[in-house]
Design a protein. Structure first.
Length: 229
């Protein structure tokens, strides 16, 4: 016997928030195709950082880093999962809003690679599918900070020092990879760090329990009103 739709939705209610990625991808792709940079990002520090193709490894690891963290907290700690999603999704939305109203880009990519090897070829492919626009703040950096904060503050992982410090190393290497691959400017990294501060306060310091309780009470009141009618 099939379960009713309401039971299915309730059982998978924690996954529903992940539908945000559909909105994010549609919005991001729209900006990539239609918006042209009006602001060009550059720092004198960028000129001191050499291109290093080996950093493509932590750069690509970012996808696993974020994905594994979301899946882990979804399964092990719903409260920490929602806090992580609040940080990530609010931050990504804020970045897309900035890209929309302050379209930006950079001219940091090398004209040719100093070394040709398998890592350089991977970077070339990344360059071909990911333009050097919509860069400030860096979502790569912002999401890495969000994941590491979630891991570091997690009650589930508080005794797993190797996971916590491994996350720290991964976060640092991912942030470094964005500038060593010339995917982002140092300014993009700094902007992401600045944005992370209010996001951290919102997701981890602000007490949302009174707000959530009022929402639950309003939902119960609506249900009772519907039943009465």
């Amino acid at each position: 016997m099939k379960k009713p739709l309401s039971a299915f939705l309730y059982q998978h209610r924690h996954c529903a928030i992940l539908s945000y990625f559909i909105i994010y991808l549609a919005w991001f792709c729209y900006l990539e195709r239609t918006v042209r940079p009006a602001y060009w990002i550059h720092s004198w520090l960028d000129d001191l950082i050499p291109f290093q193709e080996l950093f493509v490894i932590p750069y690509l690891f970012w996808f696993f880093y974020v994905g594994i963290a979301i899946a882990f907290f979804l399964r092990r700690s719903p409260e920490e999962y929602y806090r992580l999603c609040a940080f990530l999704f609010t931050g990504m939305t804020l970045c897309l809003t900035i890209y929309t109203f302050f379209p930006n880009g950079h001219h940091l990519r090398p004209w040719s690679f100093p070394r040709m090897n398998v890592f350089s070829e991977i970077v070339r492919i990344i360059y071909s599918v990911d333009s050097c626009t919509n860069v400030d703040p860096s979502i790569h950096v912002l999401n890495s900070l969000g994941v590491h904060i979630a891991v570091w503050r997690s009650e589930v992982l508080k005794d797993k020092k190797w996971v916590r410090y491994g996350s720290l190393v991964a976060c640092i290497l991912i942030c470094m990879s964005t500038v060593f691959l010339k995917q982002h400017s140092v300014e993009d990294v700094a902007a992401a760090c600045v944005v992370a501060v209010p996001l951290y306060w919102m997701a981890y310091r602000f007490d949302w329990s009174p707000v959530l309780e009022r929402l639950r009470a309003a939902r119960r009141e609506r249900r009772e009103r519907v039943k009465a009618e």
